[in-house]
Design a protein around this ligand. Structure first.
Ligand code: F6R
Length: 609
């Protein structure tokens, strides 16, 4: 979604801002802009479409000379993607300039008030209302920038992270946030602002995390932090442990294919962090035994993170015999859930910023449930708000469609399942060791699946004119289908649906026509024959059937195209089965000429509901 970057120091600001925005491109956007403080006031340049348009328009930043500025990539919420609606937005007289992430929920009511006060608006955005309101308070109460921003914060409902330039405060940049991330980076005689760490990683690793309802004043020498009552807040910077090269393609054509290939490493690193001396060990995450002995587990997440939950429900229930519910975070937060005693809410999120998952964590905490987050980004909101966080060790994920974070989340989930089972007295000794050995074998087996990628590439080339695809399976195989179908449709725009294999004939089978592609996933011995029967039903109605099979699954020899993955403990099969589906999605998208790393309309981090 939208991205913010800011700079104040001695260097020319514009190239730094453009460089930062480039690192935020992966979040998804439709327009971009920068504002730089020049001798004669704040100058703004914006462009619709790709960042390259803005870079061209500003000659790589050379049209500016100033050493302080703010920049933004916009993912449209209020108002169409256009140059006019792009940020930064300025007050009419140029006094106040703002970039904003999030949604101001009561913008209509505030706009009415401002219109009555004589303000006029040029764009359709809620952000222009923020600009006008800050400008109004600044001029009316004359209490200075922090006073004006604090008054705005008292009136605002919704989520926001803002960076603000005041024309007459030549030495400062101001930032504030509520429910939308914002960090302040520390350099030598220079300071940075960003909504996301990668934007400033080339300049500094030392950052302050702004907390909810906090503000900061930045000048070249440092930053001061304030709460909403304008009282000083002391903060300690942290050093972020993220490799700047993670945000580079390293010779790969796209981030998605690079990240698909990074999965064996992501899995190995995650295992290495949480398995020690032949035992699962979450002590680093501060997760004590009490949290690992729940009476029931509720898994919340969105999109692929939800699909991880869909796999884990089978694994946890199977191994630990603890009842599990998997809930879409966006539904969970509004459904008046019945929290039973000793419920553990497991929140899964790559970014740690997904608005609905964050709200689900808050809802769970408000009802006294224990919350455990599985998150990839350190310092993110969900990581900071959940009672405990187990970090996946996937490294920065740049492609919008998740791959390696999904795989690392599965691993943490499997390890939790083992611990639930062990502490619940269901698993021990040899069986525990055997399952851990099974997990340890995943990276090598993943590598082996990836080494057959040409098969998928060839298939994609031959089948690029797909229009409807169904992926069917039962149990864990169905959960894998959900992820495979999301992957294919989001990057290739080919309509794909996941179906529980036994459910197809209750209506959807009417959509099967001559040549419809149906992928059957077959890894769970107890239900393989059933799914094979369902595949025969669609084949006899003209479907082109492909079987994705775990070697060793007792399925006989299905006719037609067969993709296999190496033998693996059935509970962990999703970790291998997902790879061919990711590769298929990637290659179909590339064949069709789509922007595979940044599919249309999508954002990497969904910070609005
Ligand atoms: C799909 C995808 C999304 C995310 C979802 C949740 O490829 O990436 O469905 O899984 O938006 O995001 P996080 O995990 O950041 O909470």
């Amino acid at each position: 979604m939208c991205g913010i970057v800011g700079y104040i120091g001695k260097k020319q600001a514009a190239p730094i801002l453009l460089g930062g925005l480039k690192k935020l491109e992966y979040r998804g956007y439709d327009s971009a802009g920068i504002a730089v403080r020049e001798e004669d006031g704040v100058r703004v340049v914006k462009a619709q479409g790709r960042l390259s348009n803005l870079i061209e328009k500003t000659e790589g930043g050379a049209v500016f000379t100033g050493t302080a500025g703010i920049g933004h990539t916009r993912w449209a919420t209020h108002g169409v993607p256009s140059e006019c609606n792009a940020h930064p937005h300025c007050s009419f007289d140029g006094e106040v300039t703002v970039v904003h992430n999030g949604i101001l929920e009561n913008y209509r009511e505030l706009k009415e008030k401002l219109l009555r006060g004589g303000y006029v608006f040029r764009s359709e955005t809620d952000t222009e209302v923020i600009v006008a309101l800050i400008d109004y308070y600044y001029k009316k109460y004359k209490g200075g920038p922090l006073d004006a921003i604090a008054r705005f914060m008292q009136r605002a409902r919704g989520a926001y992270a803002i960076a603000v330039l005041f024309r007459d405060r030549k030495e400062d940049i101001y930032v504030a946030r509520k429910d939308s991330p914002m960090i302040v980076g520390v350099g030598e005689g220079e300071m940075f602002v960003a909504s996301d760490v990668p934007a400033i990683l080339n300049h500094t690793r030392k950052v302050y995390y702004l907390d909810n309802l906090e503000m900061a004043r930045l000048c070249a020498e440092g930053a001061e932090f304030y709460n909403i009552d304008r009282e000083r807040v002391e903060k300690t910077p942290v050093t972020v442990d993220m490799d700047p090269s993670a945000a580079e393609k390293d010779g790969w054509e796209h981030f998605m294919i690079k990240e698909i290939h990074e999965q064996p490493r992501a899995v190995a690193d995650t295992l290495r962090r949480y398995v020690r001396d032949g035992r699962v060990d979450f002590s680093e995450a501060g997760v004590g035994e009490e949290m690992l002995k729940p009476s029931r587990v509720v898994i919340v997440g969105c999109g692929s993170a939800y699909h991880v939950g869909a796999v884990l429900q089978y694994v946890i229930e199977g191994l630990a015999r603890i009842p599990v519910r998997v809930e879409l975070a966006s539904e969970f937060r509004y459904r008046n859930f019945i929290f039973e005693e000793n419920t553990l809410v497991l929140a899964i999120s790559q970014s740690g910023e997904t608005a609905d998952t964050l709200a689900a964590v808050r809802e769970a905490k408000a009802h006294g449930a224990k919350t455990l987050a599985v998150v990839n980004v350190q310092g993110s909101s969900i990581a900071r708000e959940a009672d405990n966080t187990v970090f996946t060790v996937a490294g920065a994920e740049i492609a919008v469609a998740t791959t390696k974070a999904y795989s690392a989340q599965l691993i943490v989930g499997y390890l939790l399942a083992l611990e639930f089972a062990r502490l619940g007295g269901r698993l021990g000794g040899e069986e525990y060791a055997r399952l851990l050995d099974g997990l340890a074998s995943i990276p090598e087996k993943m590598q082996s699946v990836l080494s057959h990628k040409e098969e998928l590439q060839k298939f994609a080339a031959e089948h690029m004119n797909l229009h409807d695809v169904f992926m069917i399976g039962r149990g864990i195989d169905y959960a894998v289908c959900m992820e495979g179908a999301l992957k294919l449709k989001e990057v290739s725009y080919v309509h794909t649906e996941a179906y529980a294999a036994g459910e197809l004939k209750h209506g959807t089978i009417s959509l099967i026509e001559e040549g419809t592609l149906v992928v059957g996933v077959l890894s769970q011995s107890a239900v393989c024959e059933k799914t094979l029967g369902n595949l025969e039903e669609v084949r006899s109605r003209g479907a082109n059937v492909v079987c994705l099979v775990r070697e060793g699954c007792a399925v006989g020899a299905p006719a037609g195209t067969v993709w296999t993955v190496p033998p693996i403990e059935e509970y962990f099969a999703a970790s291998l089965l997902v790879l061919p589906l990711q590769l298929l999605s990637y290659y179909v998208s590339v064949q069709l000429g789509h922007d595979v790393d940044k599919p249309r309309n999508l954002a990497k981090s969904v910070t609005v509901e």
